[in-house]
Every structure is written in C-alpha cells, then in structure tokens.
Write a protein that binds this ligand. Structure first.
Ligand SMILES: [Zn+2]
Ligand SMILES: [Zn+2]
Length: 167
C-alpha cells in the first residue's frame, strides 16, 4: 500500500506545490480569515510530509508499477530529458543541494512581504520542477547518461526539507 502511495506521490505533491503557489500569489479575499489560510497551509504541509515519507519508502524497493510504466522506446524518451537528468545529478553534489536549500529558506522569508511573494512563488514552482526531475530520473534511470556504474541509485533531495521551511 505504501508503495502504491509512494508511486503516485510525486504527482500528488506536484498538485500540493501548485496549491502552495496559488496560496502565495492569489490575493486572499477579506472574507477569508487568517486562521483559514493558516489551516490550509498546515494541511498542505502535513500532506507534503506524508507524501515525502511515502516517496522515500517507495525508493527502497522495486515497484511493479514503475517497471510497467517504462515506455517501450525508453531510450528515445530518455534522450528528450537530458536536461532533467543533468539537474538530477547537479543535486548529488552536496554543496549545490545545500546552496539551493539555503536559497529556498531565504526566499521563504520574502514570502511575507507583499512584493516578495512573487519570487517566493517562483522558488516554489522550481520545487515542482524538481519533483518532475526526480520522477523522470527515477523512472528512466537505466537510460540516464550521467549515471555511471549502474545499480547505485542516487536520490535527488527534492521537496520535503525546502517546503517545510515555510512553516
Ligand atoms: Zn513506482
Ligand atoms: Zn542519473
């Protein structure tokens, strides 16, 4: 069951990130109280944590759905996603990943400022893109030109830590 959730979690998480972006940029009507907005944020954060845990447990075992979802022309499909593979491998470097996380944490502070919420929304959207990067790399890893030695799976540090920084 947890593999099932984990398999679809990146897609659901993409929806969660989308809602976060909307909550950040959309003007909140005066009729909606701050508590409601805060409650919605809390629900989204909890959902993010649950999904992140599901993604990590999904990574640890072989998933039948993943195997079945590999396209027949996988190498042709993979060649279209070179940029995503490259980004996935940038994040294997600790300094790069740490730099990104610091940028995310820093821009989350701007989120409280009326003008700063737009850069913050862009950062949130970049988290969504990283989820796509992560999902593509995981699915098509055997065809990733940057994976050497094969078999050894490198995890891309995506959403869990950065998203929770908005708390
Ligand atoms: Zn799967
Ligand atoms: Zn790779």
């Amino acid at each position: 069951m947890s593999t099932f959730i984990g398999h679809y979690a990146p897609r659901v998480l993409l929806g969660v990130v989308g809602s976060l972006v909307l909550l950040t940029v959309a003007p909140i009507p005066a009729s909606i109280s701050a508590q409601v907005v805060f409650g919605a944020l809390l629900v989204l954060m909890t959902l993010t944590l649950v999904l992140a845990v599901a993604i990590f447990s999904h990574n640890r075992r072989l998933c039948e759905r993943c195997i079945r979802s590999v396209p027949l022309n996988a190498s042709a499909v993979a060649s279209r996603y070179k940029a995503r593979f490259r980004i996935a491998h940038y994040f294997e470097r600790k300094s790069f990943a740490a730099g990104y996380l610091i940028a995310v944490a820093a821009s989350s502070f701007f989120g409280f400022h009326p003008a700063g919420k737009y850069p913050w929304a862009v950062v949130q959207a970049s988290l969504g893109y990283l989820l796509l990067v992560y999902a593509t790399h995981q699915r098509l890893q055997p065809w990733c030109p940057f994976c050497r030695g094969g078999g050894e799976h490198q995890e891309v540090p995506t959403s869990p830590t950065p998203v929770s920084s908005t708390l």
